[in-house]
Ligand binder design. Sequence first.
Ligand code: ADP
Ligand code: MG
Length: 581
Amino acid sequence: MLKKNFSDFNLSHEMNKAIAEMGFEEATPIQSLAIGPLLAGADIVGQAQTGTGKTAAFGIPIVERIEPALKKVQALILCPTRELAVQIAEELKLLGKYKKDLRILPVYGGQPIERQIAALQRGVQVVVGTPGRVRDHMERKTLQLDAARTVVLDEADEMLDMGFVDEMKFILGAVPAPHQTLLFSATMPRAILSLSRSFQDKPELIRVVHEELTVPGVEQTYYEVKEFQKTEILARLIDIQDMKRALVFCNTKIRVDELVEKLQARGYAASGLHGDMKQMFRDRVMNQFRSGRLEILVATDVAARGLDVDDIEVVVNYDVPRDEEYYVHRIGRTARAGRSGRAFTFVGGRELFKLAEIQRFAKTRIRRQRLPSTDDVEEIRNGAVLEKVRRIMETEAGEKYAALVEKLTGDDHSSLDVAAALLKMIMEKDGKPGSSLAAPQGDAAHRVGPAAAEPMPAADAGGSARTKSKPGKDRERKAAADPGPRLTAGEATRLKIKLGKLQGVRPGDIVGAITGETDLTGRQIGAIEIHDDFSLVDVPAALAARVIEVMRNCQIKGHPVFIKPDQRKDNRKKEQPKRSL
Ligand code: ADP
Ligand code: MG
């Protein structure tokens, strides 16, 4: 794959210095292909998978082309979430570290708009924002784009998925001056190509397809498991594989929290990562994971996008990803930099068809594996005990203990008998083998105990982190109620929000608020109707209560949200307003 050096681009001294400080040695493929044309002012459509350095691919040319003396917005970057807006702004600040007077501002919903307005008035050259909030500022005329030379849509497919199509079109259509338009997307659905046709001028298509669709070097297997078995099987895999740094994916934030709780109850050093967590806490978790203090990180897809850790050995799909592409992104987190990695996917019986789709899409083969049994764990554990005995024999078994053994041996018992009895004592001390998968409740109590590697009773007084836990609370049934991927008719609950046209609410505001505050994706949100002073939105029935709870604490267009289930069932319209292109 062609890769350029940054020195090939004739970048400014300040930029080269910043890039060197960021530790970038050479340009990634998408950077190698995009930076040249972008510096020359071209329009491009860029397609490459997550983690390939797209931010710097557009960030370097943008920062290079800013005119420092002009205190007007010269570049606008749209991205789907506030986390990404903050992240991109931060990376641009690093790239612009040695540029004098460069001002970059992230703007996103959820932050008081007045503060953003004040910041914008002080003169900003680069704005990174989510579509809803950017449109809001444009309509208030607090964001003027008459000097904008570059407009970027980052993760355009994700923004479409989230229902921001109207905002995207509005913004793209409202930039007055001649400018370049960049479209970055991991996938190229027709809607993206249509945006490109409408708003770009002879765009160059840059694809790093090879990396996008195949994930070489990752050994992929799947296990057929029932929902209630998942935690137990995960625990066995962790023990057997001796995982040091495993990234476990769940489909929703609630699932992340629940799994983390169950793993911690079993004594694993596990933590979660998702959008509800404060940035400071997320940073801490990432640092712990990076440094190895955390062995298992449980994350949602969006949260994992920001994760910048190289040597992840194992990726576990605790839930089958709801999108084939997520599968590729997820397992691409392991086997970085030429190392080999492993990916395990837990599949329920009814999800096997999804697995077939994934294999077709990713042009990959996922092999079926027999579920690891307690015997497998036993075997590993026995091996570890024997290894420890061997070590002690070689180094520290002193006279004192030999004398004790002598006491036990005699006419009736050989030293072999004595050794067998002692081993029996040791091995049965911790967790009885044979915990049954048929009993979802309380199986944690039977789990192979204090770390397979350290089962010696006396020598291990200090204890490893993995001590036997109290029987886990039975949250399995709740977990099994996870509604699954897309919203289909029949399982929707219609919610009524007491805000409507009069408050300037548009479908994108509602989708943005729900996806921003909860773990739902745009696709899980169904029909939306905006009336004069209220709006109706369909969400999966199983998540309705959660949506209500979370939304009651947030704002839409600066208004507090009154939300409740809609009572007038029979008023339901047959046709569903479409929100895609
Ligand atoms: P994408 O947007 O394609 O998902 P990012 O732009 O977020 O990827 O980059 C992923 C990570 O790679 C970031 O931590 C970024 O700093 C780093 N990175 C980007 N370009 C390079 C490079 N040329 N060399 C090394 N690391 C890089
Ligand atoms: Mg990115």
